[in-house]
Ligand binder design. Sequence first.
Ligand code: CTP
Ligand code: MG
Length: 248
Amino acid sequence: MSDPSRPVRTAAVIPAAGRGVRLGPGTPKALRTLGGTPMLVHAVRAMAASRAVSLIVVVAPPDGAAEVGRLLHEHPLAERTDLVVVPGGQTRQESVQLGLAALPDTIEVVLVHDAARPLVPADTVDAVVAAVRAGAPAVVPALPLADTVKQVEPQPPGTPEPVVGTPERALLRAVQTPQGFDLATLRKAHDIVVEGEGATDDAGLVERLGSPVVVVPGHEEAFKVTRPLDLVLAEAVLARRRATDGYV
Ligand code: CTP
Ligand code: MG
């Protein structure tokens, strides 16, 4: 339990309420196992590994909060990290909003981290926190792209898509999580945005506020488990860590 004399300042919200449709039928994605441990547990441990994080809010599938609570109880964290589970919503944006609503006013900095990025290294988390604490209202870890990107006019499946442009690859970054924010800024960004406008990340909402967003280096192991092949990669990364640095 938390020590009331110690103010909680940095929290992590972990949206984990998605079904994982692109991964194929089965258990909700965050509850599928990697190396025998649910993906969500890896993600929670990754946030708890940052000494700055003293509270973690897990946003569970709407009908699965009790099950997630039990699961996390079976995988306890070090004492310095508090854990809260809340039910999520129909979209990621809604789930993040429900997570933010559960944060006490003592929190000043918040990380938003996809449960679907279970293997983000602690150094990446720390770098995001450090950049927010240094004064950036919104910080995003990101990597340069390997592939060239084309902008197209989307067509129905089976119809070739006309290319309308090729952005200069050196100017592009693929963004990851955890994204870090001054909490007041992120709350304001979520308040003004209309549900269903299709923002795919939280930093995008802050951009619409007109507040600055900065990028820090991401990490290739912070990739998102989206499709079945990503599970193969995640298992391989996990096996390598277990063999070389005793990761559990
Ligand atoms: N998420 C959420 N609530 C939703 C939808 C998504 O909390 N209603 C979370 C997911 O659990 C995931 C993160 O947002 O940790 C990133 O979303 P994504 O990778 O798209 O996961 P899913 O939505 O579960 O996958 P899919 O889009 O393939 O169904
Ligand atoms: Mg999704």
